[in-house]
Structure formats: C-alpha cells, structure tokens
Ligand binder design. Structure first.
Ligand SMILES: NCCC[C@H](NC(=O)CCC(=O)O)C(=O)O
Ligand SMILES: NC(=O)OP(=O)(O)O
Length: 324
C-alpha cells in the first residue's frame, strides 16, 4: 500500500481487518518496523481521536512523529496553481509540501471540505496537491470527501461485535446545528458496500449522498422503518450533497432515541465522535449498553497501525527491493 486515501488503496479488506484485530492483541509485535522513519501529521482542522490514535499507532511501530496544525502554526497555504499571491496566503503548497517531504517519510493529512464549492471539494484539491508535491506516501486523516481510517475502524468494530454472519447495518442521518461534511457517511457507505453486510442508509429527502458512495445500499426515508431489526445503528449528520453544504432539515424525529433502539435487534450504537448529546443521540442511548462509541474510538489505533505497517512495508520494498 503506497498511499491510503480511500478503500481503493486497500487490496484485501478482510485481511486488513484480521490484521488489525491481531495487532490489538499484540500491539508491540512490530515495534521496530518504523525505526528511523518519520511521519508528519498535518492538521488543517481540529481533531482529538485521529491525532492521538495515529500518533500512538506510529509510536507503537517505532516511528518518529511530528505534528503540525497547518494554518494555525505555519503559514497560510495557497492551493491553486497560477495565482498571483498578493492576498493573505504567504506560501504555495508546491514549496510547503515539497519541504515537508524533505523531513518526512510518510505524511498524514487532515483537510475538511469548504462546503461552498462542490466541484473543488469533490476534486480533492488539497489532498491531491500534497500527493503531487510531497513526493511521499500520503495517509488521509480525513479529506474533503472521505475518512478511510474511520471506516476501517468501523468495519473492525462491526467484526468484533456482530452476532450474525451478515448483520443489518443502518447508517442514519441525524440532526445537527451546523452544516457538516459528507466525508464520514460517504466513506462508511463505500466500505459497507464492499463488506458482507445488509446495508441501509436512512435520511430525509434531499440528503442523498453522491451515487458513487451510496452505491447499491437500500435507501429509506423513514427512521422507524430503517431501525426495524437492525444489528448496528451508525448515526451521523451530514449537510446536503445536492443542495451543496446546506441544512435542509432539523426534525428531532431523526434523533436516535431509546424508543427507536427498541425496534432494533438489540443493536449496537456507533458514531465516529465528536457527537452532540441530545441533538444527534439522546443521553439514554449513549449511556446504555447499546453504545460502543468508546470501544470504536479505541479501535482507531489498530486501524491506523495496520495501515501504517502496510505503508512502511511498501516503502521498505521500494528502498531495498533485494530484501523482498
Ligand atoms: N472527524 C470526525 C467528524 C468531523 C466532523 N465533525 C464536526 O465537525 C463536528 C463539529 C461540531 O459538532 O461542532 C464531521 O462531521 O465530518
Ligand atoms: N472521529 C474522528 O475522526 O475524530 P477527530 O475528528 O476528533 O479526529
């Protein structure tokens, strides 16, 4: 695995999940694999889980870690080509990313979408500029359209908690006070469509995801109907893809409640976090045995560690092909 920016970079997904579960039981079994290698973790946006779990994963593999809040700690970066840079952006990505590439063997990058310009967001401008100019393998820490480390974590968590061979997994839209990206639901849908699960996406009309992500999932516009017999409820708010970046609905009937959880097959409740209590999901669900959100966040380490190990092996193969 050279870059890891989407499910398309993972060639054997069941093997990746198994590897992560093995890693969880023996976290330090590969503690020399990253010796003398440096990962730079660049954040254009806030993070708690991704930042700490990726740092821990890299350290478990023996790597050196550098973390930078780009924009806040460094210069504002111009991402577009051919611009006359007489505004507020002091440095072009072509120099900044190339310089970072001089210091790091692998670069992790978090950059949310603008939610203003759909074409630009869905072209993954920032991610692709870093791929172009660092000359290093890029690990997505959530980009404009996807959050693949989160989705791998989610699949690992479903594998751990499933009680039937082919569980019913429901991705349900939930209300929010802010317009949020489509990355988490896009990516979750993409990974679930490749997994052996019965997959439903529930949302109000107008919240359809881009067809390339929703794929062949069952689409349901009624939350109660969607919850019937579910084994996993995965809640997330997202803003509209069609009416790009807009909030079209704030109906509290879409909040995840204990009443609705009673319709499920004693489902596990999942959310990528951070979550707004009593807006997205009520306290009673988060504080009940249904919720596995903390265990899910714990699994972020094993997802990151598995992916980083693959990336390090691929780097080593490139650097010393005669050893393989
Ligand atoms: N990395 C996990 C999710 C990040 C982001 N959530 C947020 O921005 C929540 C912000 C708030 O609740 O104010 C999202 O939905 O894509
Ligand atoms: N779930 C997730 O990516 O959390 P952070 O935004 O805190 O990293």
């Amino acid at each position: 695995m050279h870059h890891f920016t989407s499910i398309h970079d993972a060639y054997n997904i069941p093997q990746l999940v198994n590897e992560a579960l093995l890693m969880k039981r023996a976290p330090y079994s590969d503690c020399f694999i990253g010796k003398n290698k440096t990962i730079g973790l660049l954040f254009f946006n806030s993070s708690l889980r991704t930042r700490l779990s990726t740092q821990k994963a890299a350290q478990n593999l023996g790597m050196n870690v550098m973390v930078m809040n780009v924009g806040a700690d460094s210069w504002q970066l111009e991402m577009n080509e051919g611009v006359i840079m007489n505004g507020d952006k002091a440095e072009h990505v072509s120099e900044a990313a190339a310089v970072i590439g001089q210091y790091c063997d692998i670069v992790g990058l978090r950059s949310f979408p603008s939610l203003v310009n759909r074409e630009e967001d869905y072209s993954e401008l920032v991610l692709n500029q870093f791929i172009k100019y660092t000359g290093r393998p890029i690990l997505s820490l959530e980009s404009a359209t996807r959050h693949p480390l989160q989705s791998l974590t989610d699949l690992i968590t479903i594998q751990e908690y499933k009680k039937t061979a082919r569980p019913k997994v429901v991705l349900t839209w939930a209300p929010h006070v802010k317009a949020l990206p489509q990355c988490v639901p896009n990516s979750f849908a993409e990974w679930m469509n490749h997994a052996d699960v019965d997959f439903t996406i529930a949302h109000p009309k107008g919240y359809e995801l881009a067809p390339e992500f929703s794929g062949n999932a069952n689409i349901c516009y009624d939350p109660k109907e969607a919850f019937e017999g579910a084994d996993f409820i995965y809640a997330k708010n997202w803003s509209s893809y069609e009416d790009y970046g807009k909030i079209l609905n704030s109906d509290p009937a879409w909040m995840v409640t204990m009443d609705k959880m009673k319709l499920t097959n004693d489902a596990k409740f999942m959310h990528c976090l951070p979550v707004r209590r009593n807006v997205v999901v009520e306290d009673a669900v988060l504080d009940s045995d249904h919720s596995v959100v903390i265990q899910q966040a714990g699994n972020r380490v094993w997802a990151a560690q598995t992916v980083l190990k693959e990336m390090l092996l691929s780097l080593a193969k490139k650097e010393s092909p005669y050893l393989f």
